[in-house]
Design a protein around this ligand. Structure first.
Ligand code: UDP
Ligand code: MG
Length: 230
């Protein structure tokens, strides 16, 4: 449920010229968001993109995330904002961003700085070379405790056994081509699981390795309970 949206009307006129959309879910990320967007825009400025949009999805934050998004939207034509009516969780925020996206390719990345913008050119290169799905693959899990690593391993093993999709080392830092986004949005799922479903579809896939950076500020928004619900 979306409460407010910024920049859509303006972008609609230019819809045909958006080559890349970047979707960023954000829950209480006010502190680091501006720095992240600056970093992304610096990287994108060095690429020959026909046009791009950044879609920042405020997932019911209680901090000034939305006012930060509003001021970034004022400052840049490329920044769009969506405010969800309450905190629905990351999956819903990503879904809202995908639905609003207009790009020929859509990259999803975290809003806490853990997904390094320096890798964006490699995602675009792999997509231009023909991949419909470009998966960011974590080379280290140094940011996680042993307990959380163990939980990830058990979850990934169970998920692989049930679905045939290997999510080991997988992340939500991933790019989908427009056909893949449209196919994903057409699936009749009631519970959306971006990482699992996008891999499960079976499109030609490429990988980009990245090292998970430290959060620029704050702490993980996932409770043990929210992870267990996956
Ligand atoms: N996030 C969100 N809604 C939530 C929880 C998280 O939109 O209810 C966002 C969060 O702001 C961040 C991304 O999802 O941009 C990943 O969350 P987090 O960094 O807390 O997860 P972790 O890196 O610990 O897996
Ligand atoms: Mg994080």
């Amino acid at each position: 449920v979306c409460q407010q949206s910024l920049g859509a009307a303006l972008m609609n006129e230019q819809a045909g010229s958006v080559e890349l959309s970047i979707v960023i879910p954000a829950f209480n990320e006010a502190e680091g968001l501006q720095g992240l967007v600056d970093g992304i825009q610096r990287v994108l400025a060095g690429l020959s993109l026909a046009g791009y949009e950044l879609i920042l999805v405020d997932d019911g934050s209680q901090d000034p995330t939305w006012s930060t998004i509003e001021s970034m939207n004022q400052a840049s034509d490329q920044v769009r904002g969506i405010a969800l009516a309450r905190n629905f969780g990351k999956e819903a925020a990503v879904l809202a961003g995908l639905e609003a996206s207009q790009g020929q390719a859509v990259l999803v990345m975290d809003g806490d700085g853990q997904h390094p913008p320096e890798r964006i050119p490699q995602f675009i290169e792999a997509w231009r070379a023909g991949a419909d799905l470009v998966e960011g693959v974590k080379t280290s899990r140094s940011d996680q405790s042993w307990l959380s690593r163990l939980a990830s391993r058990l979850f990934n093993r169970a998920f692989s056994r049930m679905t045939g999709v290997d999510l080991n080392e997988a992340s939500d830092f991933r790019l989908l081509s427009r056909p893949a986004v449209d196919a994903l949005l057409a699936l009749p799922e009631r519970a959306f699981f971006f990482r699992g479903l996008s891999s499960w579809m079976g499109y030609p896939t490429a990988r980009v390795e990245f090292e998970t950076a430290a959060r620029t500020s704050g702490r993980s928004k996932f409770s043990t309970w929210s992870l267990a619900r996956y």
